[in-house]
Design a protein around this ligand. Sequence first.
Ligand code: MG
Length: 383
Amino acid sequence: MVYSVILAGGSSSRMKGPVNKTLIKLCGKSVIRRSVEAFSALSDQMVVVCHQDVRQDLIREVGEASVSCPVGFVNGGNTRQQSVLNALLSLDIGDEDLVLVHDAARCLVSREIIMNVISSVRSCGSGVPGIAVSSTYKVCDAQGLVLQTPDRSSLYEVQTPQGFIAKDLLHASLKASEEEFEGTDDASLMEHYGYPVRIVPGSKSNLKLTTPDDLNAAELILRGGIPSMRVGMGYDVHRLVEGRRLVLCGVEIPWDLGLLGHSDADVALHALMDAMLGASGLGDIGRHFPDTDDRFKGISSLLLLKETNRLINDAGFSVRNADITIVAQKPKLMPFIPQMILTVSEALQIKEDAVNIKATTTEKLGFEGRGEGISAYAVCVVD
Ligand code: MG
């Protein structure tokens, strides 16, 4: 068995935010969700260690993650060491089992690092990702006087996951608790009790989210270095006919004509969805919701909008703001605009002031002016 222990109990004091930092969203997905998903396929069982007060929030986030192994939750202790011990004691550890201990705040950990750690534990009993340091480090006394300059070539900065034979880590943790020995990481406990600890290659991308700057750096890594703001545009037209409802931005408008289409033909939301997909590099609505598919026949475009939002979130984007222009000679849309804004902002889970909706006529020119159809334009910024 491979057990993964995900530590989500650390304080978030340096993040200057009100929430536990593992609940912060990075490119539309929470830190805890990213960490749990990273280990899911490589673990037989996972334990998330957290404070009681964020437990329900974390359970909800993990519930939304795609996880293929059982996940348990245990309460954190006063120290990292105690938290790890609580997690180990909750497991049914056998002689051959492995355990990986990971800081949830290192949510960009790659599959490659996890696999290297696992194979190192299998061959040598332990595996800890480390990066050879590039700076010169000094050992100083309390007054700041340098005592020593360690040889840089022998220094590594270590990361997580730290992997061990589970029963060895349990033994070291119990002994440390008994003897009140405090290590700074799991490896230092193992070293203290004479177990060999082996470094495997880590990565600079496997950064620990500690300050708001780290969040920016992590988002940039997730986007492959692409600048964070992206813009998209959408345009759509539907024909006005008798015997159909007129639905614009999710709001039904009383009128004797309605828009013809496979779905509810909400031309404004179709333009918006195309703008969102365009900004996120995901093609267009025809690709995701083809009008040859019976599932979408007569469907409310609001449902499609929510699904589009989920698609772009999964691709790492969220809507920063959207601006929609509806081009219709009749009816007067002004009275419905506040309700449209509310409807769209609720569907996208963004603030109302991030959604702007305008209506214009074409001075009776063109197909919109003759009342043959309604068109809509939308632009959208995602980050
Ligand atoms: Mg359309």
